[in-house]
Ligand binder design. Structure first.
Ligand code: ADP
Length: 306
């Protein structure tokens, strides 16, 4: 068994450090520029593998230089890349600006990520059957995510399928069956407000109200990440705030992915949800203390030392 399978996007991140992000129609002059591996799926897989998790990635890259670099970086982090498909479109890219406070703005060009299909999921049944947890995000087609949820719910040869963790980012309306499978649904403030935008609670400033309202929409559990404040866990029995360690934020790119990759791993090795979240907030906090996404993700030793 692998502790987790991550199914999602791999991008090459093109990162410019700027005094401030450009407004509409505006050009700003950047400072430093870096090309770094990213994509929410790839980020989560690297976060988990760097902590020591047995991790498999199911993704699609282009048959191009960026694709080869991305495969290399996954393998270097210790991710099993046998499930990464090659070709069909150019490798996805993300254009990112980071301002001096560490806040970021991102444009994703999906490329091969948009060609990861439900058929690819069906062909990867062995990979899913071998995982205790499958971690999903929305930088790939929603119908592909829905197929994973269906397969996980049906199980494999009489055995239950993997537990489903979903971070619905970038935001999109979620089908009822996808929502119902999440255990947990992991959202940040923006994603929580989006999913609740059809109800008065969407304009509340109380994250506990968001967590409870999201839970009533069907997921088995909900985690709301709150940046420096930590994360709220709602499992139906209670809603608990898990504070994050106080750190100096340098670059928040990928913090949510580090958090979710760590969370999925801890669930995969048998932690209960609050215990897994207590670990994941430390991983998220460590990740914001360094520049970049994957480059900022900590080892287990670094998390213990925080
Ligand atoms: P996202 O990156 O998706 O916007 P958050 O900003 O909520 O998500 O960050 C995810 C997690 O990373 C938080 O729950 C927290 O554990 C950690 N984190 C993020 N920003 C900080 C910060 N400034 N200080 C400490 N921890 C942070």
């Amino acid at each position: 068994m692998t502790a987790i399978a991550v199914l999602g996007s791999t991008n090459m991140d093109l990162v410019a450090y700027v005094a401030r992000a450009p407004g509409r129609g505006e050009t700003v002059t950047g400072r430093e520029f870096r090309t770094v591996p990213g994509g929410k799926g790839a980020n989560q897989a690297v976060a988990a593998a760097r902590l020591g998790a047995r991790t498999a990635l199911l993704a699609r890259v282009g048959d191009d230089d960026y694709g080869r670099l991305l495969l290399d970086s996954q393998a270097t982090a210790g991710v099993d890349t046998a499930g990464v498909l090659v070709g069909g479109a150019p490798t996805g890219v993300a254009l990112i600006t980071v301002d001096p406070s560490g806040d970021n703005s991102i444009v994703v060009s999906q490329g091969a990520n948009a060609r990861l299909t439900p058929d690819d999921v069906r062909a990867a049944a062995g990979l899913l059957a071998a995982a205790r947890v499958v971690s999903l995000q929305l930088e790939i087609p929603l119908e592909t995510v829905a197929e994973v949820v269906r397969a996980a719910g049906a199980g494999f040869g009489g055995r239950p399928g993997p537990r489903v963790v979903l971070n619905p980012s970038p935001t999109a309306p979620l089908p009822t069956d996808v929502l119902a499978a999440c255990d947990p649904l992991v959202v940040n403030e923006h994603e929580a407000r989006f999913l609740l935008s059809d109800a008065p609670v969407g304009s509340s400033d109380d994250p506990e109200e968001w967590a409870d309202a999201l839970l009533s929409r069907g997921p088995r559990s909900v985690v709301v990440t709150l940046g420096a404040e930590g994360a709220l866990v709602a499992d139906g029995d209670r809603t608990v705030l898990v504070p994050s360690p106080a750190v100096t934020a340098v670059d928040t790119t990928g913090a949510g992915d580090a958090f979710t990759g760590a969370l999925a791993w801890r669930l995969g090795v048998g932690d209960d949800l609050p215990t897994a979240v207590r670990f994941a907030v430390r991983v998220g906090a460590a990740a914001v203390t360094r520049a970049g996404a994957q480059a900022s993700f900590p080892s287990a030793g670094e998390v213990a030392a925080l």
